[in-house]
Ligand binder design. Structure first.
Ligand code: FMN
Length: 376
């Protein structure tokens, strides 16, 4: 991909640099935000260097395939797109563009509850694409119920409940010199979480009343008790499979399996909420082993920036990985084509790494492929 100034974008890092040029400074600080000293954020990427790939040799790897399934649905490769809010900071078509770019790559798009585009718009833009809907829970259950019903109607195939945010996290964005930007974020209707502006009197009042707008209403709504009983409630209102996002321990994974969920996303929310939690790749094996034999698929996100990162996660037992920020960089650089290009770079790198490791498919990855450096 070549930019208007003639620079060619061939690596994920090229996309990051170019996106930084293109996205407004407020949008960039929101996307790049991480809590505290940013140590979980940094370590989520650095941690991949603690693992090595132990290649098999002299195998016929001429025919290779990256295809796999997630919750029984086929995808062209085990690299998917994580839910991320406020995509209009990156591109006017926001989630419509990223869903399309992801569907063109034949992989899974997870839409944020706080998306700027509507669920129906996204489904129209990528009718053949596999889509899951991310959910937060609020004091007024009608908000979550509306999102679930709309997602069901529009053909989304799973509900991803984010469980790492029982209360609003330590977002430095809202404390920074971008406080005025945060206020624009609150007030600019184009950045509003469209899908939560549902037809109930409280929402109408919030929109009508000058300085207390929908986003303030939602921030206040966010402060709701959330417990394992909520999984029972969620199961009672939907027959879609439920995936919990934001699990970082084997204990929580076992509780999730007991609660009857279909999938777990090992995730530190991109290091955005609480500094000091582990890098997801470091706890992946613990989670995989905790739910072994329980019929729960395990995915991971956080710091995946290359095909070898993805291979390490797959080798440690992830069924698929998700990318958060890299997809936003692609979106900022060239809308749907940019998202597709970012995914195609990662696809090429994963395919190459798989072949050089002596494997022909995702199912062919042996448990011994990845080792932690200290074990060698
Ligand atoms: C700008 C931004 C917005 C995000 N919004 C959401 C969200 O609405 N819901 C959610 O569950 N996770 C959200 N996340 C977290 C991502 O789904 C994912 O866990 C994280 O970005 C993965 O790390 P990576 O960015 O290093 O790939 C967001 C992340 C970013 C960077």
């Amino acid at each position: 991909m070549t930019t208007s100034s003639g620079t060619s974008l061939t690596t994920i890092e090229d996309f990051r640099r170019q996106a930084k040029e293109l996205v407004s400074s407020e949008g960039w600080s929101f996307y790049n935000d991480a809590s505290g000293r940013r140590s979980t954020f940094r370590d989520s990427m650095a941690a991949f260097d603690r693992y090595v790939i132990r290649p098999r040799i002299l195998r016929d790897i001429t025919q290779r395939s990256l295809s796999t399934t997630v919750l029984g649905q086929p995808i062209s490769m085990p690299i998917c797109v994580a839910p991320a809010e406020a995509q209009r900071f990156a591109h006017p078509d926001a989630e419509v563009a990223s869903a399309k770019g992801t569907a063109d790559s034949g992989t899974l798009f997870i839409m944020s509850s706080f998306a700027n585009a509507s669920i129906a718009e996204v489904s129209r833009a990528a009718p053949g694409g596999l889509r899951w809907m991310q959910l937060y829970l609020f004091k007024d259950r009608r908000l979550a119920e509306h999102v679930v019903k709309e997602a069901e109607r529009e053909g989304f195939k799973a509900i991803v409940l984010t469980v790492d945010l029982p209360l609003w996290g330590d977002y430095s964005f809202y404390k920074s010199s971008h406080a005025t930007s945060a206020s624009r974020y609150y007030h600019d209707p184009s950045l509003r979480p469209t899908n939560l502006a549902i037809d109930i009197p409280e929402v109408h009042d919030a929109i009508r009343s000058g300085d207390v707008n929908i986003r303030h209403y939602l921030a206040q709504q966010y402060d709701a008790p959330k417990t394992w009983d909520d999984i029972t409630w969620l199961k009672s209102i939907t027959s879609l499979p439920i995936v919990l996002k934001g699990i970082l321990t084997g204990e929580a994974a076992m509780e999730a399996a007991d609660a009857g969920v279909s999938g777990i996303i090992v995730s530190a929310h991109g290091g955005r909420h609480m500094d000091g939690v582990p890098a997801p790749i470091d706890v992946l094996a613990e989670v995989v082993s905790a739910v072994k034999g329980r019929g729960v698929e395990v995915y991971m996100d956080g710091g995946v920036r290359s095909g070898t990162d993805a291979l390490k996660a797959l080798g440690l037992g992830a069924r698929a990985v998700l990318i958060g920020r890299p997809a936003l960089w692609g979106l900022a650089c060239d809308g749907p084509a940019g998202v597709t290009k970012v995914l195609s770079i990662l696809r090429f790198e994963l395919d190459t790494a798989l072949g050089i490791s002596g494997c022909t498919s995702i199912q062919d990855i042996p448990p011994s492929l990845i080792a932690r450096k200290s074990y060698l």
